[in-house]
Design a protein around this ligand. Structure first.
Ligand code: GTP
Ligand code: MG
Length: 149
């Protein structure tokens, strides 16, 4: 089954939005298979965001992401990468509709509260970067047969 990497960023943690983020993914029907609080190092974040290395905001982004703990998660479900991005909203909060996490809870692109993998390939890379294999739990949710035909 498809998996995605979702993280509540330091601003989201500080603002008490961990529960809200988890609630939205749970209520959609996705299955939580890993979760931990992490104070990420600059080196780890530079690796995580390596595709953005040339961007002018890269160093500010890594400083922001290292400014406090993040809550890192792996969510599982059919289409979870694309639908997870829909739950988050657009990169820029001003383009994010109400009903999305970024549309409802933030204002500034540099403080946009949550991260989500942008493709199945990125999700695989990010999950392997943030989690050990044994930290990802295989379990059957009792709601499975009510979510999938
Ligand atoms: P992530 O889920 O965090 O990866 O966001 P994204 O996939 O919607 O956007 P992208 O990967 O292009 O950028 C990663 C992060 O860099 C964004 O979530 C923002 O926090 C930050 N970022 C992107 N564009 C800008 C920008 O123009 N200015 C600033 N200050 N930050 C930006
Ligand atoms: Mg991204």
């Amino acid at each position: 089954m498809e998996q995605t990497f979702i993280a509540v960023k330091p601003d989201g943690v500080q603002r008490g939005l961990v529960g809200e983020t988890v609630r939205r993914f749970e209520q959609k029907g996705f299955k939580l298979v890993a979760m931990k609080m992490v104070q990420a190092s600059s080196a780890h974040l530079e690796e995580h965001y390596k595709d953005l290395k040339e961007k002018p905001f890269f160093s500010g982004l890594c400083t922001y992401m290292a400014s406090g703990p993040v809550v890192a998660m792996v969510w599982e479900g059919s289409g979870v990468v694309a639908m997870g991005r829909m739950l988050l909203g657009e990169t820029k909060p001003q383009d994010s509709l109400p009903g999305t996490l970024r549309g409802d809870f933030c204002i500034n692109v540099g403080r946009n509260i949550v991260h989500g993998s942008d493709s199945v390939e990125s999700a695989k890379r990010e999950i392997a970067l943030w989690f050990k294999r044994e930290e990802i739990v295989t379990w059957k949710s009792c709601t499975h047969d009510w979510l999938y035909e």
